[in-house]
Design a binder for this molecule. Structure first.
Ligand code: NAI
Length: 460
């Protein structure tokens, strides 16, 4: 690889800045253009601020239940401005961290909107500066999608950005979309004291998730007072005084729901500001930039990564794609492998999965399903976190792991082991025979695998 190569990265989100850092590590001279805050959606308007709010809700839950552990704390009071301030502080701290990482790698950061003029040619729009490079990496991200429901805008519906900028906690909320964002927002609002209804058009929350796990999640949410209505077709939205009203149909019945705030969490769409695909002849597919397995676009020397290429719009996918694009932009031959992409919901209990769900796996062939309930896990009993289970799905003949699905404490951390196991093409037996520390939640994964390899210890 030549060390003198020039690389321009457009977009400083979780695809763009790791791409820039990787390219710099490989010896390239790198320029990064970002028109807003460094860190993109994940850091400023997604993963990080939502996790900060979810953590506040979790703290309230812990305090509320402290008496069970012999700790008297009383009913928690939510100081909402402080909750939001802390979220902003967390974001600011991490953003500063990203900025210093970029500076430490001697990456030139231009805080302007970029325009892609053609392969190897970029304009910094505000200053009019023209830049040239051997390779350009597009990492322009995505924006919330608004479904075509009449009245949404007039009713003052919020998207996820509006939600994260709210000044006061609404007393009640209705959320359109029971996917990842819908569930996490419901959890935040309900956890801080609001009354929440979620309307999901498909027949389960988090469509695509293993059906059993999705059912357990819906039960848990309902148990916390969050009303989850699946199979709901929303027909219109309207403002009624200071409230919003939604008309929908579910189970053959027409119904309405009223709330102080209306939130839309119905997916995101790729965006390409400063990049005109038609003019440039840049191939697109379903609104996303089309790339091959090496993250190459249809234009020579132009690469793309992150939400803008569609697929699973997840931060960890974006980071892997950004690094892959940088390596290949500098002459490497890395290919993206999407077989073991983890997916997480930071709900209570947490949900995490990798690989095929039970239904999808059954369609492909004979399988075995190992289960272990957190009720049998010592650490979970200690922390009173026994709600949930681990499922390990394997091929019936060879025992290869096809999927791991967890609902329960620390699921989003535990799933990393499932990702590693699938990446290394482990069998359930190999996973089961790896010694797991005791007492930990991770034993639940080992026991679920053991149930397919001679029998779990702590299960009758
Ligand atoms: P999503 O695709 O996960 O869920 C959208 C949901 O809205 C779907 O269940 C869909 O069936 C439903 N829906 C769409 N139109 C509807 C309508 N008119 N009425 C009722 N329901 C409707 O998208 P979401 O939750 O907005 O998240 C956007 C992206 O951000 C996703 O790619 C997601 O994976 C990512 N994200 C990831 C997080 C994580 O990893 N924990 C957290 C938040 C977002």
């Amino acid at each position: 690889m030549s060390s003198a190569k020039k690389v321009i990265v457009i977009g400083g989100g979780i695809a763009g800045y790791p791409a820039a850092i990787k390219a710099a590590r490989l010896g390239a001279q790198v320029t990064l253009l970002e028109k807003a805050d460094m860190g993109g959606t994940c850091l400023n308007w997604g993963c990080i601020p939502t996790k900060s709010l979810l953590h506040a809700a979790e703290v309230a839950h812990t305090v509320e239940n402290a008496a069970a552990f012999g700790i008297r704390a009383g009913k928690p009071q939510v100081d909402f401005p402080v909750v939001m301030k802390r979220k902003d502080q967390v974001v600011a701290q991490l953003r500063k961290g990203v900025e210093s990482l970029v500076a430490a790698k001697k990456i030139e950061l231009i805080r302007e909107e970029a325009r892609l003029l053609g392969p190897g040619a970029v304009l910094a729009a505000a200053s009019g500066r023209e830049l040239t490079a051997d390779a350009v990496i597009l990492a322009t991200g995505s924006a919330p999608a608004m479904p075509p429901i009449p009245g949404l805008e007039k009713a003052g519906a919020w998207d996820s950005n509006d939600f994260l900028a709210m000044k006061t906690l609404p007393a009640s909320a209705v959320i359109i979309g029971g996917g990842v964002i819908g569930v996490e927002f419901a959890q935040i609002l309900a956890g801080l004291g609001a009354k929440v209804t979620v309307l999901e058009m498909m027949d389960q929350v988090a469509p695509g998730l293993d059906r059993e796990i999705a059912g357990l999640l819906a039960n848990a949410l309902n148990g916390q007072g969050i009303e989850v209505i699946t199979g709901a077709t929303v027909s219109k939205a309207a403002k009624q005084g200071r409230q919003k009203r939604l008309h929908y149909q579910a189970g053959g019945e027409q119904a309405q729901v009223k709330a102080d705030c209306l939130i839309v969490a119905a997916g995101r769409k790729p965006v390409t500001p400063g990049v005109d695909p038609d003019k440039l002849g840049l191939a697109m597919e379903n609104g996303a930039i089309k790339v091959d397995a090496r993250m190459a676009t249809s234009l020579p020397g132009v690469w793309a990564a992150g939400d803008v290429v569609g697929g699973a719009m997840l931060a960890h996918v974006a980071l892997a794609e950004g690094e892959c694009a940088a390596v290949n932009a500098l002459g490497g031959q890395r290919r993206m492998d999407y077989r073991a992409v983890p997916s997480c919901i930071y709900s209570r209990p947490e949900v995490a999965s990798v690989g095929l769900g039970e239904e999808a796996a059954r369609e492909k062939g004979d399988i075995k399903v190992g289960r272990f309930s957190f009720a049998g896990c010592g650490k979970a009993v200690v922390s009173q976190n026994t709600e949930g289970l681990v499922k390990v799905i394997t091929g019936a003949q060879h025992g290869e792991i096809l999927g791991v699905h967890i609902i329960g404490p620390r699921a989003t951390d535990l799933i990393a082991e499932g990702v590693l196991a699938m990446g290394l093409e482990c069998t359930a037996e190999e996973l089961a025979h790896a010694m797991h520390p005791h007492p930990t939640y991770s034993e639940a994964l080992m026991e679920a695998a053991l149930s397919l390899a001679g029998g779990a210890v702590h299960m009758p």
